[in-house]
Ligand binder design. Structure first.
Ligand code: 8GT
Ligand code: MN
Length: 537
């Protein structure tokens, strides 16, 4: 929060700033009517600047006048009204400086929206042609991860450390990851977890480990026992871990690893398949009786779409096909292709446009690896909620199923594996699997000219308003970040945390966080940016 002084809005106190954060946070990923509020660190990048300063002289202490004249400069009331109405309100009435009233009107994003709020959008407009307009607000500093967190790499819990996507010792982390996967595939869970914890420490370690510094550095780090220390030393000395090199060539390791790439196949199923003699994914295709095309490639047992004479697809009425192991095998070549960021966003836009036709007012956040900054994802995870805090729970009950059926009718979803209804957050549950409405789907974008689109995995998670931000935190990951978050909540705070909610253990009181930041606040944790939650390899 170092730039607080620079931008702030001298007259705003901490509570006011916190409120603005929460307001903006509560709208993250809110793309209805083209509204997308986003904080930005540089006033020059903002469309809207929020300020309590009413005089030119004072504003100039914080902001270059030439920049100020190109922006809409409004009071915090503008943000409150915008969030309340879920639509950018005209800035003129909220101009912070009388002197800049006209400039503020000119730069007002409400007057520059692609679709006027007053007219409803045409029912068949292709969703991707209407990208949300970004409305940025400045004057409140962007949430930043503090230096204290960046320096905190020796902390016990992963949710107290900053873990970048690629760390200075990434090759070491990857090599340890092979050993971790091996322990996991062989059912040695405790051992695998030791590797997970050591890898997590390496991911947060801020400097390159070298033969010169290794002795001094290693002994100070938690979670790195002697056995793993010796593997790390071996890597730093020689550039490889011999056991990992051996495993890469080992037939059993290769087979088990290949089997578990198929959705629905865990380590123990993989071991069973190996024990009955299967070695390759082709063996597995034969075993699961996957049909093949004329060239011997696996193919889907898919019904042909039916079209009316004027080219409209006839809705399918049959029961939605299950995302079975057999289906995942038939689609394995497509599902193995990583999804670039822009395609993730395209899928999100299409899903939300369809959802808007079923239930207006929904909010959403793309979570998972995408949110942590991965350039490519293995699947797309979207948390969906409703902006109506009072009635949102009722409004989205059953919506997951309805959305998936609609997507299926449009040919956008081909398979789905898991639909579950809401259960109340259950504080006594011992496992971490949550109880929101979820659908794990296979999704395929409409054909783009001649280019056929690939089948993709899509996870939709519907959360009631009180569980929206815990779901966002819970599904942003990475896995070990989540694991330590639950452990921290339990051991250090006497709380139960999972994606479906947050309760105090002694009296089961349920909390209702209004933003992601509030989830951290309630857990007594400092903010960590999603891009610094890459605790796993
Ligand atoms: P990737 O999809 O590119 O491989 O990377 P990812 O997005 O990090 O992995 P993911 O397997 O899609 O998981 C995303 C996050 O959701 C992870 O942090 C994981 O812990 C979490 N997660 C599941 N399944 C479930 C679940 O059923 N409940 C909850 N609460 N979290 C889950 O993967
Ligand atoms: Mn994912």
């Amino acid at each position: 929060m170092d730039d607080a002084g620079r931008l702030d809005v001298a007259k705003m106190d901490a509570t006011a700033i916190a409120e603005l954060y929460a307001l903006i946070d509560s709208q993250q990923g809110f793309a209805n009517d083209g509204l997308l509020l986003e904080l930005c660190a540089e006033p020059s990048e903002a469309d809207v600047i929020i300020s309590n300063v009413r005089m030119r002289k004072r504003l100039e202490r914080h902001l270059d006048w030439d920049i100020a004249r190109q922006k809409a400069i409004v009071t915090p009331e503008w943000l409150r009204a915008t969030v309340e109405q879920q639509h950018p309100v005209p800035c003129g009435e909220y101009a912070a400086l009388e002197e800049l009233h006209d400039e503020t009107v000119q730069s007002c994003p409400a007057c520059n929206l692609p679709v006027c709020k007053c007219s409803s959008s045409p029912p068949h407009a292709p969703p991707s042609t209407l990208p949300p307009t970004a409305v940025s607000a400045v004057g409140v500093p962007k949430l930043t991860t503090s230096q204290r967190i960046l320096d905190n790499y020796k902390a016990w819990y992963a949710c107290q450390r900053a873990s970048p996507l690629v760390c200075p010792n990434q090759a070491l982390a990857t090599e340890l990851g092979i050993l971790r996967t091996h322990r996991d595939l062989e059912g040695k869970d405790v051992n695998a977890l030791s590797y997970d914890r050591a890898i997590a420490i390496i991911k947060a370690f801020p400097r390159e480990l070298t033969p010169e510094n290794i002795d001094k550095e290693l002994v100070q780090l938690p979670h790195v026992g002697e056995k793993i220390q010796s593997k790390i030393r071996e890597f730093i000395r020689s550039g490889v871990i011999e056991e990992a090199q051996y495993l890469r060539r080992d037939e059993r390791f290769q087979s088990l690893k290949a089997f578990t790439t198929i959705h629905g196949v865990g380590a123990s199923t993989a071991r069973t398949l190996y024990s009955i003699g299967l070695r390759t994914l082709e063996d597995m295709e034969r075993y699961y009786d996957v049909p093949v095309d004329d060239y011997g490639n696996p193919k889907l047992e898919e019904e042909e779409p039916i079209f009316t004479p004027n080219g409209r697809r006839v809705p399918r009425t049959a029961k939605l096909p299950d995302l079975s192991i057999k289906t995942a095998l038939a689609l394995r070549h497509e599902l193995a292709v990583p999804i670039p960021r822009d395609e993730v966003e395209e899928m999100h836009a299409i899903v939300m446009a369809e959802l808007d036709q079923l239930q207006p007012g929904c909010i959403s956040t793309i979570v998972g690896g995408h949110r942590r900054g991965k350039p490519e994802s293995n699947d797309v995870d979207i948390v969906i909620g409703h902006s109506d805090i009072q009635n949102g729970g009722e409004l989205i009950k059953g919506l997951c199923k309805r959305l998936v059926h609609r997507l299926y009718e449009r040919g956008l979803v081909t398979h789905v594996t898991h639909l579950s209804g809401f259960h109340a957050h259950n504080a006594l549950r011992t496992t971490h699997w949550d109880s929101l409405e979820k659908a794990l789907c296979v999704f395929v974008l409409p054909e783009d000219g001649q280019q056929k689109r690939l089948h993709r995995r899509l996870d939709l998670i519907f959360a009631a308003p009180e569980a929206y931000w815990t779901a966002v935190v819970g599904w942003t990951g990475s896995k070990m970040f989540e694991r330590d978050l639950r452990l921290w909540a339990k051991k250090e705070k006497g709380m139960k945390f999972d994606s479906s909610g947050m309760t105090r253990r002694h009296d089961s009181q349920l909390y209702f966080p209004r933003s992601e930041k509030q989830v951290f606040d309630l857990l007594g944790l400092e903010w960590i940016d999603p891009t610094l939650r890459n605790v796993d390899v």
